[in-house]
Design a protein around this ligand. Structure first.
Ligand SMILES: [Zn+2]
Length: 427
């Protein structure tokens, strides 16, 4: 619980800090100086961070932990271990489990389970609608009281705009943000890949960009109407970026997040029919990838996350149409974003990348995390931005292996993850 992290480059965007210094941890909290560490020197952990970045513990606000109900894909325990190995100290889990957390009892179960088996902070979301059915609202006030950090129907999308309006109004009353998986069911139909050249050539049902953009537009209108924050999950299209940019410039309470696969890959990957390239929303064409990168560069897209979506091999190893959507991402996302956004495309610098993983999600969710301020819980991620490594899916801590990035050579990764002053993972 007591430690000194020496000589690292301390990047703490919440405090506009970027300098080489020591960081002190006493009783699991960040303290200002060595003199506040009471334990004898022999019992104080010394961590050498020379040439490393010392960042506030990273937050991933879009993770599927699959429990309760789908422990063969992932458990809270295995997902939390994957998070720690990816450099994450706080993860936010999505509600498409069985039972669905559309009631305080299931939220209590998740929190209890996490406190017993997880070494990282697990923050639950509650469902917007009962059983994610999109027909009837969940008891949003009770969910907020039970401690959800947001409401979302992720994996599903409420089609009835009036119902969504009432959800946003309730969320505003109880002070939780609304996260939304943007998918117009009528436009998307049974689409499984981006509607364009490859869907036509391969004869796979297309998922048009407009299917996302129609709901992003709906959310902008409702955020404005209700004067409350709606956060659009896993943004993948040029039109969504354009809509968000214009709305944010007008001061609408709207934001968007990016997953690594939507910038690392395009839909030409689906030629192989490998179902590890099947996700929702789908991989897009290069013009959409370029627009998403531009949205990251100019701040329109403000949060990075994984959409970590574990599936067992037997579920993914079926024909493309029948396979479930989604890939795992906790153990590759930081490496991919450092490699692509910082080193390869020079879209953003490292302090901005850390900001998008710390201050931005903590501000959206109004949680006590994402900074190295004196007095806060000592959640810290040590990052080697220049470490070259190869992704090895067979070594993942996740219970699933559905990653398209196996064998990729990346530059940059977390090397140690500290939660409440305790090292929970190190390379
Ligand atoms: Zn989703």
């Amino acid at each position: 619980m007591n430690a000194i992290i020496r000589n690292g480059r301390v990047i703490d965007p919440a405090n506009r800090r970027d300098d080489v210094a020591d960081v002190y941890i006493a009783d699991g909290k960040i303290v200002a100086s060595k003199s506040e560490i009471r334990s004898p020197e022999s019992e104080t952990e010394e961590i050498d961070a020379e040439n490393l970045i010392v960042a506030p513990g990273l937050i991933d606000l879009h993770v599927h932990l699959r429990e309760p109900g789908f422990g063969h894909k992932e458990t809270i325990e295995s997902g939390a271990r994957a998070a720690a190995a990816g450099g994450f100290t706080t993860i936010v889990c999505m509600p498409n489990t069985a039972p669905v957390p559309d009631n305080p009892g299931t939220i209590a179960w998740i929190k209890d389970r996490a406190s017993n088996v997880s070494r990282v902070n697990v923050l639950p979301t509650g469902a917007i609608s009962k059983n994610l059915g999109g027909e009837e609202l969940a008891p949003i006030g009770s969910l907020a009281q039970a401690g959800v950090v947001a409401i979302t129907d992720d994996g599903h999308c409420i089609q009835n705009h009036e119902l969504m309006r009432r959800a946003v109004e309730y969320a505003r009353m109880v002070g939780v943000p609304v996260l939304d998986h943007c998918q117009d069911y009528n436009l998307v139909g049974n689409g499984v890949v981006h509607e364009g050249y490859w869907s036509t050539l391969l004869g796979l049902p297309g998922w048009p960009a407009a299917g996302e953009e129609a709901i992003v537009m709906r959310n902008i209108l409702l955020a404005e109407l209700c004067d409350h924050h709606i956060h659009c999950q896993h943004i993948s299209t040029a039109g969504s970026v354009r809509l968000l940019r214009e709305a944010r410039a007008r001061g609408v309470k709207i934001s968007g997040e990016v997953c690594p696969h939507h910038i690392a890959l395009t839909d030409d990957a689906i030629q192989t029919f490998d179902t590890n390239y099947k996700m929702n929303p789908p991989l897009r064409s290069q013009n959409h990838v370029d627009a998403v990168l531009e949205g990251i560069r100019d701040g329109t897209l403000s949060i990075l996350c994984s959409d970590h979506a574990p599936h067992a091999n037997f579920e993914k190893e079926v024909e493309f149409d029948a396979a479930p959507f989604g890939i795992i991402g906790l153990e590759t996302e930081l490496g991919l974003f450092l490699d692509l956004l910082v080193h390869k495309h020079r879209t953003i610098d490292i302090p901005r990348l850390i900001q998008m993983y710390t201050v931005e999600p903590s501000r959206l969710l109004k949680i006590d995390a994402g900074t190295l301020s004196v007095g806060v819980r000592a959640d810290v991620t040590l990052i080697d931005p220049d470490l070259e490594w190869t992704v090895k899916a067979d070594q993942f801590h996740s219970a699933s292996r559905n990653s398209p990035f196996d064998g990729w050579k990346l530059k940059g990764r977390a090397v140690r993850t500290i939660v409440g002053g305790n090292t929970v993972w190190k390379l």
